[in-house]
Design a protein around this ligand. Structure first.
Ligand code: ADP
Ligand code: MG
Length: 602
């Protein structure tokens, strides 16, 4: 007996499986197929892209369809025309030995009359995009009032694309007692909402990312206005204080310009492009290897063969012309078993290129928001607090302590902490206070600058003082919080794990429960502290597997010791303060720079 046979699949399907060359079921297939065959149940299945989800619902669906009836019995909703066609093709291949099973694809951009005609001939299974499906329902060209099974494939993606309302409308016209099978790579809040609203105590299966061969690189994109690319880049850097990155630009000119601006704004940046002499390039690469340069701005050609491990982020300041180039760029991070993040800054009109890349690399992008100024301030603040905590005390200060104590006399602990933290924080605060939201098409995420109170409604964001360094990634941290507090599967979301701290969200109803549980709560003798974060939105609506942030920043409040030889010294810092609103300059002019003169780089 083959492993597929053991799952309970019928002979005709097994023959088709043999023809397709599948030998063993994938994990999601092994888990989902028996459940779906044996019972009439709702199901939520979470598994990464490329884990064989189509067959996981396709085989059981075909086996359960009554081929003697021409009534439409199964509806598969999928986000795009391409996926729709792909699923249809797969379903046709699976059902090649079935008698009289018709699978019809319905999607936009093709003749609706032709699709209606195919339906009319009798389609037991329809594979549709939500938009066209709704259209055809309203024109009474399809009848889904008698379906037994509804599959929501790539549910997270459908909701990402704004199909929530269409899906609700479509489902509202289907029988209440049908079974709904939801397949998704991730479980964001919107998907959980759909599951809650339209499913009846669904069974749940999760397939670990480990078995999917998922890449160690996470892909993220940020949609901004065309003129906000540079300020967006800076915010991404400020959100990740320990960034060690390659920033890709399309032309030598842009490469030079961006690097020049970053240096002027006080970042540890350098440029790498073909107009530099070999000697200049060697100098830049040496500084980069030694991490004196944290942001290497490079053209694709010049960056070829960069053999530096530990790169935390690849930033696509502009997308490349060729999709293949993107693969090369993102491959600069996530090396040597480490995780990495590839970020893309796009304008709204470029967004469709993201889909094209996803298809090519067979991996999904997370749509993320450029953090607001106040979010960056918060991150920097926690960063600093942790840095202070982790600082190894230098015994040499002992000799000066009496004098220092004299100076600080009469200041109590709380005030002293506030003062210490303010030294660094005020710089960021002054810079980012009242700065605008850079996210294109954002409906305005209002922030108030008041103190965090315990909210009573809506979604609540929390800060927790554990992170990657404590061995957590977003999945394990989510599990930890859920299990500790005793919450349900979807109650913890937007988990954003940084190096030494993390953020997550819950609904306000459980806030008190969370805060109560994490009062004086210790793991391995260490306090795990959860606080309501001042920023209710947080993170940008999607989740991260890992963050590159952390607390090793080298801002010492003054320029490097290299002296001002030949540099335009002294100017940028004060300029940065003055021009803060436009974000044309940086808050962190104290960040250490490499000692190279500008002329050496450009
Ligand atoms: P997902 O929907 O999870 O992204 P797909 O269903 O599109 O994944 O499957 C990805 C690829 O794996 C497809 O080319 C499919 O034909 C193939 N595949 C699926 N199941 C198996 C299996 N059991 N053995 C070998 N290949 C499989
Ligand atoms: Mg799929």
């Amino acid at each position: 007996m083959t492993k597929f046979e053991a799952l309970g699949l019928q002979k005709s399907l097994l023959d088709a499986i043999t023809d397709m060359g599948f030998e063993t079921p994938s994990e999601v297939q092994e888990k989902a197929i028996p459940i779906l065959l044996e019972s009439e149940t709702d199901l939520v299945a979470l598994a990464q892209t490329g884990t064989g989800k189509t067959a996981a619902f396709g085989f059981p669906l075909i086996q359960k369809i009554d081929s003697d009836s021409r009534t439409t019995q199964g509806l598969i909703l999928s986000p795009t025309r391409e996926l729709c066609l792909q699923i249809t093709k797969e379903m046709q291949a699976y059902s090649k030995y079935e008698r009289n099973i018709n699978v019809v694809a319905i999607y936009g951009g093709a003749s609706i009359t032709e699709q209606a005609r195919q339906i009319k001939r009798g389609a037991q299974i329809i594979v549709a995009t939500p938009g066209r499906m709704k259209d055809m329902i309203s024109r009474r060209l399809v009848d889904i009032s008698k379906i037994d099974y509804c599959v929501l494939d790539e549910a997270d993606e459908m909701l990402n694309m704004g199909f929530m309302e269409d899906i609700k409308d479509i489902l509202s016209g289907t029988p209440n007692d049908k079974s709904t099978w939801l397949f998704s790579a991730t479980m964001p809040r919107e998907v959980a909402t759909i599951a809650k609203k339209f499913m009846h105590s669904p069974q749940e299966i999760t397939v670990g990312a480990k078995n999917s061969g998922a890449s160690t690189v996470q892909h993220e994109y940020y949609v901004v206005g065309g003129r906000d690319r540079y300020p967006a880049l800076k915010r991404l850097a400020d959100t990740n204080p320990d960034i060690f990155s390659v920033v890709f630009c399309r032309t030598k000119r842009d490469t030079q310009k961006v690097a020049e601006k970053l240096i002027e704004d006080g970042y540890n940046a350098g440029a790498l492009h073909g107009d530099l002499s070999q000697n200049q390039r060697d100098l830049v690469m040496n500084s980069f290897r030694k991490k004196q340069i944290q942001m290497l701005v490079a053209t694709d050609v010049a960056a070829r063969g960069i053999d530096v491990d530990d790169i935390t982020h690849v930033i696509n300041y502009q997308l490349p012309d060729e999709i293949e180039t993107y693969t090369h760029r993102s491959g600069r991070t996530g090396r040597a078993g480490k995780s990495g993040i590839s970020m893309v800054i796009v304008t709204r009109s470029e967004q469709r290129k993201i889909r094209a890349i996803e298809n090519k690399i067979n991996q999904k992008f997370l749509s993320k928001k450029i953090p607001t100024g106040m979010e960056i301030c918060e991150i920097q603040l926690y960063h600093l607090a942790n840095k202070i905590k982790d600082t190894k005390v230098n015994e040499e200060v002992d000799a000066y302590l009496p004098a220092i104590n004299d100076v600080l006399e009469g200041i109590d602990r709380e005030e002293l902490i506030k003062k210490i933290v303010s030294v660094e924080f005020t710089r960021f605060f002054n810079y980012y206070n009242k700065s605008k939201d850079l996210n294109s098409s954002d409906s305005g995420r209002d922030r108030d600058n008041g103190k965090a109170e315990i909210p009573t409604s809506g979604s609540v964001r929390y800060f927790v003082n554990v992170g990657e360094r404590d061995g957590y990634d977003w999945m394990s941290l989510k599990d930890f919080i859920r299990d500790t507090v005793g919450l349900g599967q979807e109650d913890v979301f937007k988990v954003d794990v940084k190096e030494s701290f993390s953020f997550f969200n819950t609904e306000a109803e459980v806030t008190q429960q969370i805060l109560d549980k994490f009062t004086d709560f210790k793991v391995d003798g260490r306090f795990v502290n959860v606080e309501v974060s001042k920023n209710p939105g947080g993170g940008g609506g999607s989740r991260r597997r890992s963050g590159g942030g952390g607390f090793r920043g080298k801002r010492n409040g003054r320029r490097d010791e290299g002296g001002g030889k030949g540099r335009r010294d002294g100017g940028s810092q004060s300029k940065g303060r003055r021009r803060d609103r436009s974000e044309s300059s940086a808050p962190n002019s104290g960040k250490r720079r490499s000692n190279k003169r500008k002329g050496d780089f450009f």
